[in-house]
Design a protein around this ligand. Structure first.
Ligand code: PSU
Ligand code: MN
Length: 310
């Protein structure tokens, strides 16, 4: 039922996504680490499916990406979203660039991060990808730089997100994006959104007001044959924003807990996300799901506008 991208690449594209790409329809990639490591079950599955519906509302086709039995799969089924989402997160490999050969080689079921999803989206010919927050430079551990930032510097996909959680060092994260040559665009904002809250107060490269203007910037990169990504930031809808002091207190507590418990490497982000969710309860979940669905819808509008430019 799925068809292979080529005889060489271990990439499968669903029939719906293949047809959309073939017919030059707008397609939006969605990641799977937020399903396996970012949100608790069953909220993760509900949110992933609501994001797919959000992309469709804007007239685009969603392509949720994961590794299934060692094949990078672009456009996984709702049954696979449910299966991955209900697995214990410790049992699913979180795949950034360096993890993909392991998951593919050992024929694993695995989730793709922002970096992993960008790689797969680009292989499939998808130009726009929507998610919640990207990885960045960790607070107090400036050598822990997410591979997401490096991938943005080397893979031409536009990533729609609500900035990054302030579990990260946001000023250093912006510095690395600059070094990597990644434009940071604000759709309706002139500062970097801080995930739960609409603004970090940190200025970014440009503010635009419409998906059409974002599409023009993506087209600009394509005309330049740029080999890097673009970060499109969209603040959480105002009604669902978390109180900044509540978010900050939870983040400080969660970061301190990670340090005392000796959590490091790729386990840091999932640990801190889980602690923050536990400490802030329902409010953070509402902000989180609201911005995810809003970003999916916005990604759909941008992808449609990009196709309209021809
Ligand atoms: N930030 C969030 N939610 C998430 C992630 C980040 O608010 O689910 C996930 C994304 O998949 C991202 C990854 O690519 O964590 C970054 O992990 P690391 O810091 O290990 O690079
Ligand atoms: Mn990290």
């Amino acid at each position: 039922m799925n068809s292979k991208l080529s005889h060489q690449l271990p990439v499968r594209i669903s029939v719906e996504v293949q047809e959309a790409l073939h017919n030059k329809q707008a397609v939006v990639a969605l990641e799977s680490t937020l399903i396996t490591h970012g949100l608790p079950y069953p909220l993760n599955v509900e949110t992933a499916l609501a994001m797919e519906a959000g992309v469709r509302e804007s007239g685009a086709v969603p392509a949720t990406i994961a590794v299934l039995k060692g094949e990078i799969t672009v456009g996984i089924s709702a049954a696979d979203v449910e299966r991955l989402g209900s697995m214990e997160s410790g049992r699913v490999r979180k795949c950034s660039r360096r993890d993909l050969p392991i998951a593919v080689g050992l024929r694993e079921d695995a989730a793709t991060t922002v970096a992993g999803t960008m790689i797969a989206a680009h292989m499939a010919g998808i130009e726009v990808f929507a998610t919640g927050g990207i990885g960045g430079v960790h607070r107090g551990a400036p050598f822990d730089v997410s591979a997401d930032l490096i991938e943005l510097g080397r893979t031409p996909v536009a990533v729609v997100c609500s900035g990054a959680k302030s579990i990260l060092d946001l000023p250093l994260t912006l510095e690395v994006l600059e070094t990597q040559g990644v434009p940071v665009v604000g759709l309706g904002t002139d500062t970097l959104p801080a995930f739960y809250t609409r603004s970090s107060g940190l200025p970014i490269d440009v503010r635009v007001e419409t998906p059409e203007e974002v599409a023009l910037i993506i087209q600009g990169a394509q005309r330049l044959q740029a080999q890097h990504g673009i970060l499109i930031t969209v603040p959480v809808p105002a009604a669902d924003e978390l109180d900044a002091s509540v978010a900050e207190a939870a983040i400080q507590q969660a970061t301190a807990d990670a340090a005392t418990q000796g959590i490091h490497g790729k386990a840091v982000t999932p640990f801190v996300l889980g602690r923050v969710a536990a400490l802030t309860g329902g409010e953070s979940k509402r902000a989180n799901t609201s911005l995810l669905v809003n970003n999916a819808r916005t990604g759909g509008k941008i992808a449609v506008a990009l196709k309209a430019l021809g």
